[in-house]
Design a binder for this molecule. Sequence first.
Ligand SMILES: Cc1ncc(COP(=O)(O)O)c(C=O)c1O
Length: 372
Amino acid sequence: MPRRALARVDLAALERNCATLARAAAPATLCAVVKANAYGHGAVPAARAALAGGATWLAVATAEEAAALRACGIDGPLLVMGALSPEELDVALAAEADLVAWREGFVAALAGHPRGAGTGVHVKLDTGMGRLGTRDAGEATRVAEAVAAAPGLRLAGAMTHFATADDDPGFAREQLARFLPWAERLRAAHGDLLVHAANSAAALGIPEARLDMVRCGIAVYGMDPFHEDPAAYGLEPVLELTSYVAEVKRCAPGESAGYGRRFVASGPTWLGTVPIGYADGVRRGLTNDCDVLVAGRRVPLVGTVSMDNITVDLGPDPPPRGSEVVLLGQQGEERILAEEWARRLGTINYEIACGIGPRVPRAHHRGGEPLP
Ligand SMILES: Cc1ncc(COP(=O)(O)O)c(C=O)c1O
């Protein structure tokens, strides 16, 4: 009997996606972004597969994420991209991760920290994202000089982050034009520096933004940074979300399914109950507005998505109880992408993947074969 709700994660596909990205970005190197539990895919196995596929760096958002990777024996270059409180700084330094800086006060704290020695620091210029980093190139230069002057610290990189690489490459190019002169001055003054800016959309869509390294997240997981179809870039979806038909019942005209009776049958049909719900990541906004795959065909989700169950209209010829249901992924000739859910929900594929709930077990495999 299939599991109630299962996220099957194909590490061979993730590895191939990294190889595809590394090839596309070369001679820039690939940093695989594995924050947020690798966008819901399982950070440690995803990180290992990314490295096997050709990533040379890993990046996370938080100190705890860095510590979790190190605790599982993942070594090598690792960048914590997020802001760090003093407590989080302790954790990030214990993990021997590279850090991002844009304030002189932070550099002073780092230089004076008992664990600070040897830490690589990437200075962040905010060229238009309006989030982390300083907008003031003079301040960014002073931060870099403070890092270079601190005996224990290493000036490792210069970075920025694009706000619109997916939907307004013109603005991303303006950001790049603000970033490059500053980064090149820094490189001229301080020598060997890793200069990086591109996320997945820029890595694929703005070749001149690849620089020394691309920081790819969404594309590593085989989702399209441009929200359409990952196959257009040779990328394969890594995660499938599955469940099964737990109950099949006849439904007469006028009978309903789910909270609020938001589906009332107009003719005789068979309803299937699938024991997966919004607590698992099947968002309530998909009520009466998505399909699932069962017995190789698309059938509509009908009625309200509840916490633990959905109902589907199986039509006049229902498959047997126990049949596998694919919510995201492929069955026969049919497939449902995270991009399709995102369009229906008015959101992005990132949120679909990150929204798969913690009670859904992740089953890692390689092309259908269990891991050794
Ligand atoms: C600073 C930074 N770089 C790179 C990425 C990766 O972006 P993407 O998943 O679009 O490739 C992120 C993710 O949001 C990020 O915050």
